[in-house]
Write a protein that binds this ligand. Structure first.
Ligand SMILES: NC(=O)c1ccc[n+]([C@@H]2O[C@H](COP(=O)([O-])OP(=O)(O)OC[C@H]3O[C@@H](n4cnc5c(N)ncnc54)[C@H](OP(=O)(O)O)[C@@H]3O)[C@@H](O)[C@H]2O)c1
Length: 322
């Protein structure tokens, strides 16, 4: 089968398509023929070899050469202990090594919502779970609260706007001019175009700031926070090659010490109940994965370059069809 391998750290040019052995499912695994996956900034850091990522995956070259996490596809075979899925089932979920034609999955595999495409379902796992956990678990979002989402037009942001609305928030979204209409169409109550207006100087205050872009320092963000607000950092600028976005997070943590507002940084984790909730939101049409562009697997380097600009619009999808 074809799969993307990253055998050395570097620019998107290091990614290569290889023929490798098709996996065989163990008794408790499902073999999925992958139709779609998507690129996330985490893969960017794995590929470029941020020093922190190298500690876990090899200082000189990657030990785990496979990339990709989000997937959607069709069950091709099941191990003898699997009762929940059958060949032909349409599924989606998360599994490392997803930039490949086949995957053996044990844990995060769920029925694909029938009203979304493989490309949409294959774009969802990392970004949608992150948005949900950032708002609900770390932001402690309650219906009726005022939420500000900075970085609303990317992968996490387009899910966050819709999830915040589904959870009953009044949503203000920050994005650039070309994304204003798209973000409004996702249900944002107010949109701030950051090229024209400074979101930290509007005089308005919020209960939650979901900061996906990390474009402004704490002393400025603080101006828009209610005294008991939650300031949830999801992401930050790429930073230097040693600690990357962690520099922004450490600086913000130190600067926010003693403040009445709660500053939180978190790393999303996959939970079955969150996938089931998101599936339900997709099925009900409350949340729709937005796909900007689809690249075939052999153009993975172009997809990564696109992501690496930092100005992706919604999700960038990879399909296994050539
Ligand atoms: N904590 C976690 O578990 C977790 C999980 C997933 C992702 N992340 C992090 O979250 C961040 C976003 O991920 P993503 O998948 O959404 O990335 P993405 O799809 O590449 O989106 C980037 C978005 O940021 C926007 N942006 C760039 N500069 C901005 C600015 N100054 N102000 C407001 N928006 C700006 C861009 O919009 P414009 O083109 O309009 O500028 C673009 O739409 C990354 O740092 C990633 O590492 C963290």
């Amino acid at each position: 089968m074809k799969a993307i391998l990253c055998t050395k750290y570097g620019s998107p040019d290091v990614l290569e398509i290889h023929d490798i052995e098709k996996p065989t499912p163990k008794d408790d695994e499902v073999l999925v023929k992958v139709h779609a996956s998507s690129v996330n900034p985490a893969e960017w850091y794995s590929m470029t070899g941020l020093f922190l990522a190298r500690i876990g995956n090899g200082l000189i070259k990657p030990k785990d050469t496979r990339l990709g996490v989000d997937y959607a596809g069709i069950v091709e075979a099941v191990g003898k202990d699997v009762a929940q899925f059958r060949p032909g089932d349409e599924v989606f979920g998360a599994r490392s090594g997803a930039f490949a034609e086949y995957l053996c999955v044990k844990n995060h595999i769920y029925p694909k919502p029938t009203n979304i495409t493989f490309e949409q379902a294959g774009s969802a796992a990392v970004a949608a779970v992150t948005a949900l956990q950032g708002l609900r678990d770390h932001g402690k979002l309650q219906a009726g609260q005022e939420v500000l989402i900075n970085g609303a037009s990317g992968g996490v942001g387009t899910f966050a706007v819709q999830i915040a609305k589904a959870l009953g928030a009044e949503v203000t979204a920050v994005c650039s001019t070309r994304n204003v209409d798209m973000i409004r169409s996702l249900g944002a109550d107010h949109v701030i175009d950051y090229t024209k207006q400074d979101f930290t100087s509007t005089g308005k205050r919020y209960d939650i700031l979901l900061d996906i872009a990390g474009s402004r320092p704490w002393r400025e963000c603080k101006r828009v926070l209610n005294p008991n607000a939650h300031y949830v950092i999801v992401g930050a600028p790429k930073g230097n090659r040693v600690i990357g976005p962690l520099g922004f997070i450490i600086k913000t943590r130190l600067a926010s010490l003693g403040a009445s507002q709660k500053m939180i940084f978190f790393v999303a984790s996959f939970k079955r109940e969150d996938f089931l909730l998101l599936s339900d939101m997709f099925e009900r049409g409350q949340v729709k994965p937005i796909v900007e562009k689809i690249y075939p697997l052999h153009r993975i380097s172009d997809a990564m370059r696109h992501l690496g600009t930092g100005h992706a619009q919604a999700k960038i999808v990879i399909t296994m069809e050539s």
